[in-house]
Design a protein around this ligand. Structure first.
Ligand code: PLP
Ligand code: COI
Length: 360
């Protein structure tokens, strides 16, 4: 039967729905390895979006001179639907803060000269996709159906101007948290991620490509994430490649203040709201890398962790850099508590502010 609540978005074919029903989740699940066979797809032409449709996950037809391929007019979001494991909601699955993701998607679109997408349509598309893919929403805590909305310019011209046509897709993949064990982070002192006035505060595809050359050789040395410093002075922490950064320094939880070079993480924002009730003092303030390294080396009571949709919360067990620094960190104390509180909210086991838990 078609999932309940179908409004504008028509259900997928019965053949596609039957295909989903036959699927089994692999164990271990991994991140982004098994793609759901249904995606949402919509095109923007003649100044308007068509209504998204649910269709088979298939390669797209794209001109080799499509705008996104040459000039990088491409953005994305990372979102999750969690299995509802509590009694607060009746629905089988819960999206986390979908309207916050929708509005960030539109901020990214605006920054790259792309059209807005109606936030209600964005959220309804996700709801319908998740309803169709309920079989692929894992039952286990911290696992989820990871959702990847993306938009890119597809106009086939080489003039350096925005596309006039766009493609909006949402693909889905049942996944574990991006990191399930503590990570090693590399303090990146050579390259930088984002400059003032650039695209660092939006989810532009090119932000990620720009990190690959720096990250690849380090992965071979066991480092999982780059810890980016500010591009001007390379003295202060900004964020990781795919997560915002937090430091617990004694009794205080610190995170760099938002700026035009830091992605305003929805997980970051959620943790800022959760820290108070857990009895932690919270400060958004610049964190100097040298002072941090010196204090950790001197045995101060410090933990460092990253947070993001994919990762949830990942503790840092060691920091390294090109000078040969290899600095182990003590076992985390607060990150596991925050992770537990957040996951309880994700899975509907604990109440949360309005709009965070979105029944599907
Ligand atoms: N910073 C970057 C660069 C990211 O890619 C992400 C992941 O989306 C985050 C921070 C965390 O953002 P959010 O918590 O909204 O997923
Ligand atoms: C997410 O955490 O969802 C992201 O988008 C980061 C990523 C590149 C995995």
């Amino acid at each position: 039967k078609p999932p309940a609540g179908c409004g504008r978005i028509a259900p997928a074919s019965s053949e596609l729905r039957a295909g989903v029903e036959q699927m089994r989740l692999p164990d271990p699940l991994g991140f982004g390895t098994l793609m759901a066979p249904i995606m949402a797809l919509a095109y923007y032409r003649d100044g308007a979006w068509e209504t998204p449709r649910l269709t088979a996950l298939e390669p797209l037809q794209l001109a080799p001179h499509a705008q996104a391929l040459h000039y990088g007019q491409a953005i994305f979001e990372g979102m999750k639907a969690y299995r509802n494991l509590g009694a607060l909601f009746q629905s089988p699955a819960l999206l986390f803060r979908p309207y916050d993701h929708a509005s960030r998607f539109n901020r990214s679109a605006q920054r790259l000269g792309m059209p807005r997408i109606d936030e209600e349509v964005f959220v309804e598309t996700l709801e319908q996709l998740v309803a169709h893919l309920d079989k692929l929403v894992p039952e286990r805590l911290a696992q989820s159906l990871y959702l990847r909305p993306a938009m890119f310019g597809i106009t086939d011209h080489l003039s350096v101007t925005p596309s006039t046509e766009y493609c909006f897709v949402v693909v889905a993949t049942p996944s574990d948290a991006f990191f399930t064990t503590p990570i090693k982070a590399w303090i990146e002192r050579r390259y930088s991620r984002a400059g003032a006035g650039g695209t660092g505060n939006v989810k532009a595809a090119g932000n990620y490509a720009a990190s690959f050359a720096a990250a690849a050789p380090l992965r071979e040395q066991g480092f999982h994430q780059l810890l980016w410093l500010d591009a001007n002075s390379r003295t202060h922490l900004e964020e990781f490649t795919a997560m915002n950064v937090f430091v617990r320094w004694g009794e205080t939880l610190l995170t760099p203040p938002l700026s035009d070079t830091i992605l305003p993480g929805i997980t970051r924002d959620s943790l800022l709201a959760l820290a108070g009730p857990l009895g932690l003092a919270m400060q958004e303030r610049p964190i100097a890398i040298d002072a941090l390294v010196e204090a950790i080396g001197g045995g101060a009571d410090i933990e460092v962790f990253g947070c993001g949709t994919g990762a949830v919360i990942a503790s840092v067990e060691a920091l390294g850099d090109e000078s040969g620094l290899r600095l182990p960190l003590p076992a985390p104390s607060v990150a596991p508590l925050l992770r537990k509180s957040l996951l309880e909210i994700h899975h509907g086991l604990a109440p949360a502010p309005k709009g965070w838990q979105w029944p599907v």
